[in-house]
Design a protein around this ligand. Structure first.
Ligand code: DGY
Length: 299
C-alpha cells in the first residue's frame, strides 16, 4: 500500500473489457481512468486523456507513438501492453524518453500454440468448408464421396516453422504425436523475422503447401499470398492474423475457398486472458511504484 502522504499514480486504461482482476489491482494503488466507449479508443480521446498520466495500460489495438507520448507529457513513466507483440509501440521513442515498457510473454504461449495447431488441422482437413457443406445441402447431394472433401494429412509430411521462439517451440512439441517426417525451422533473430513471405517465398513452396500464420499479418505480402492461393501455387492457407485487422468482410481473402480465416484469436482462452491482464497490471505497478519490480520488462 502507499504511504498516506504519497499521491497515487494516475493511469489510463484504453478499454474496459479487461479481466476485472487487473482493474481491481490497479484501483488499489492508482488513480484509474478507464475509457468506456466503443473500441478501439478514438485517437482524439486517447490524446486528450493520456495527458498528465503516469502510466498507460494499452492493447495491440492502440498505436502508441511519439504523438501519444507528446500528448502524455513528461509525467508518463510506464507503458504496459496486454500483449506479447509490440509492433504497435514505438519502442525507440519510449527508450529515448526513459519510459519503461512492459509486455506479456510466456503466459499466452500454450494458448497460441494450441490455436496454431487447430488452425493447421482445420485448414489442411478443410473443416470450415466441410461444415459449410453440411449446412448448405452439399452433404445431402453427395451423401458420402470417395474423393469428396479431401484434405492433406500431417503424417509423413514436412513441417517448417519460421522463427523457433516461444510459440514455435510450443507448436513443435505439440506436433510430436502427429508422425511428421521432417521439421525445418529458422532461428528467431530479428534479421530473419523482418523477412517477408513474398512472391519469391511462395513460388519456392510446393503446390501441396499449407501456409499458417498466427504471428503478425505484416510478415506476409498479402497480394503475393492471394496470388499463390488463386493460382494453386500453394494448396491452402490458414490465417489468424492479416492486414488490415479487422479484415473488411468483402476482402478478396474471404472469397477464397482454400483460405481459412480467424479474427486474431490466438491467445483468446479464458485463463490466458486473465493471466495476460494480471501480468500487464503487475508490469504497470512494478514500473510505477518504487517497492515493486516489473515482472516482464521489454525495455
Ligand atoms: C499478442 O499478445 O501479441 C497476441 O497477438 C494477441 O494476444
Amino acid at each position: 500500500s502507499l504511504p498516506d502522504s504519497m499521491e497515487k499514480p494516475k493511469v489510463l486504461i484504453t478499454r474496459n473489457d479487461v479481466p476485472q482482476i487487473a482493474i481491481r489491482k490497479l484501483r488499489e494503488l492508482c488513480d484509474v481512468d478507464i475509457y468506456e466507449g466503443s473500441y478501439p479508443m478514438p485517437r482524439d480521446q486517447l490524446l486528450a486523456r493520456v495527458a498528465g498520466k503516469d502510466g498507460l495500460f494499452c492493447f495491440l489495438t492502440d498505436r502508441i507513438n511519439a504523438e501519444v507520448l507528446d500528448a502524455a507529457g513528461r509525467s508518463l513513466r510506464v507503458v504496459s501492453t496486454m500483449s506479447v507483440g509490440y509492433d504497435h509501440l514505438s519502442l525507440e521513442e519510449m527508450k529515448s524518453r526513459d519510459i519503461k515498457v512492459g509486455y506479456t510473454p510466456d503466459v499466452l504461449t500454450d494458448a497460441t500454440a494450441e490455436l496454431t495447431l487447430a488452425l493447421l488441422l482445420a485448414t489442411s482437413r478443410r473443416l470450415l468448408q466441410a461444415n459449410a457443406e453440411l449446412n448448405n445441402g452439399g452433404w445431402g447431394r453427395c451423401v458420402w464421396g470417395p474423393v469428396w472433401m479431401l484434405g492433406k494429412g500431417l503424417s509423413g509430411s514436412t513441417v517448417g516453422i519460421f522463427g523457433l521462439g516461444r510459440t514455435g517451440q510450443a507448436v513443435l512439441k505439440r506436433l510430436a504425436g502427429f508422425n511428421v517426417a521432417k521439421f525445418l525451422y529458422t532461428s528467431t533473430t530479428k534479421k530473419e523475422l523482418r523477412a517477408k513471405f513474398n512472391k519469391d517465398a511462395f513460388a519456392a513452396m510446393k503446390n501441396s503447401a499449407v501456409f499458417i500464420n498466427t504471428s503478425r499479418g505484416g510478415l506476409v505480402d498479402q497480394e503475393a499470398l492471394v496470388w499463390a492461393l488463386q493460382t494453386g501455387q500453394i494448396w491452402a492457407a490458414g490465417l489468424d492474423v492479416m492486414t488490415p485487422e479487422p479484415l473488411p468482410t468483402d476482402h478478396i481473402l474471404t472469397t477464397l475457398p482454400n483460405c481459412t480465416l480467424l479474427p486474431h484469436i490466438g491467445s483468446s482462452e479464458e485463463g490466458t486472458r486473465v493471466a495476460m491482464a494480471e501480468l500487464a497490471a503487475d508490469n504497470l505497478l512494478g514500473g510505477l511504484l518504487e517497492d515493486k519490480e516489473m515482472p516482464q520488462r521489454l525495455c
